[in-house]
Design a protein around this ligand. Sequence first.
Ligand SMILES: Nc1ncnc2c1ncn2[C@@H]1O[C@H](COP(=O)(O)OP(=O)(O)O)[C@@H](O)[C@H]1O
Ligand SMILES: [Mg+2]
Length: 367
Amino acid sequence: MSLNRISLTAVRNLHPVTLSPSPRINILYGANGSGKTSVLEAVYLLGLARSFRSLRLQPMIQYEQSACTVFGQVQLPQGGLCNLGVSRGRDGEFQIRIDGENARSAAQLAETLPLQLINPDSFRLLEGAPKVRRQFLDWGVFHVEPRFLGGWQRVQKALRQRNSWLRHGRLDVIEQAAWDRELSLASAEIDGYRREYLQALKPVFEQTLTELLDLPGLQLSYYRGWDKERELLDVLSASLPRDQAVGHTQAGPQRADLRLRIGGHNAADILSRGQQKLVVCALRIAQGHLVNQAKHGRCIYLVDDLPSELDEEHRQALCRLLEDLQCQVFITCVDPHLLKDGWRTDTPVAMFHVEHGRITQDHRSEA
Ligand SMILES: Nc1ncnc2c1ncn2[C@@H]1O[C@H](COP(=O)(O)OP(=O)(O)O)[C@@H](O)[C@H]1O
Ligand SMILES: [Mg+2]
C-alpha cells in the first residue's frame, strides 16, 4: 500500500498542505528546522496514532492552534482506497477515523498502514532496553500472524490478574492456579508465533545485511522470556515466592528479547554508530520483505536523515535496498544532491523542498 495523498493541518511548524507523494521514493530536503522530520511525524501519527519524538502528542500541535490533524488516502494492495484521519486536540480529544467511521483502536490503523521508521535514534534497537526489541519483533509478528493480537491480549489479561494478586493476595488458590494455567497456555501460543516469525526473519536479515555490511559472525537469536527447557507453568510456581516479594511476574513472554551478538559480545558494545545504523536498517528492511509477502501488502518506510553516519558507499547500498523493497519510502536529508541521483530510471522519485514549514514539490525531478 502507499499514500496517494497526505493533508496536514497545524502539525508543528508546517503550513497546512496537501501532498501527492510518489508511490515509491519521496525525498524531503531542506535546512535544519525547516520541518522535514515533522512531515514524517505526521505520517507516523497516521499509522500509529503516536509520535516518535515525544511520549505525548500535545507538543506536535502547532503553537496557538487547538488541534493538529492528518488525513491520508491509502491505495490498498488489493485495489481500492482507504481514508484515514487522526486528530489530536489541545484539550486531549483524540480521534481516529477510518473511512469516515470512528476507529476502536490504533491497531486498526496499524493494520491499514504498516510503517517502519529508521531515524538517528534507531541504534536504540540494539542498545536500548529489551522492550524496544520486543516491540520490533511484535510489530512483525502482528503483521504476518493474524492470531497474534488475540493471543497477546490473553497474555496481558492473565498477567494483570496474576500481578494484582501478587500485590494484594486476594485470590483463592484454585483461582490462582486457573490464571497461571491461562497465562502459561497463552504464553506458549505467543512464543510459538514469535519463534516462527524469527525463523523466517533470520535468513532474510542475514541476506540483507551482507548487502550492506561485511559483518560475519553477527548472530540474531530469540529469548522467549523464560527457561527454554521448562514450561512456563513450572517456572511460575517455582518463582512464586520471589514474584510475591517483588510484586510482579518476572518470567514470561513480557520479558522476551532479541539478542544480537558477535563473537560472544553484545553487538551494541562493539559496533560503530554507522554500523549499528546499518544493522538496524537490515533488520527493518528484512521485516518489510516479510510483510510484503504476507497478505497485508507493502509497508511504508520513513527514513529520517538517511545520510547521517553513512559514507557514500553505504548510503548507496541502503538506497538500493530500499528501492528493491518496492515500497513507498519517505526520506529526509539536508543536501538533496546526496540522494537525487542513482535511482533506477523506472523508479518514480518525487522531491519536496521544505522551507520554513512550507513544502513545495520540485517538478523538474518528478518521474
Ligand atoms: N508545536 C510546534 N509549533 C510550531 N513550531 C514547532 C512546534 N514544535 C516544533 N516546532 C518547530 O518546528 C520546526 C521543525 O522541526 P523539524 O521538523 O524537526 O525540522 P527538520 O527535521 O527539518 O530539521 C523547528 O524549528 C521547531 O522549532
Ligand atoms: Mg529533522
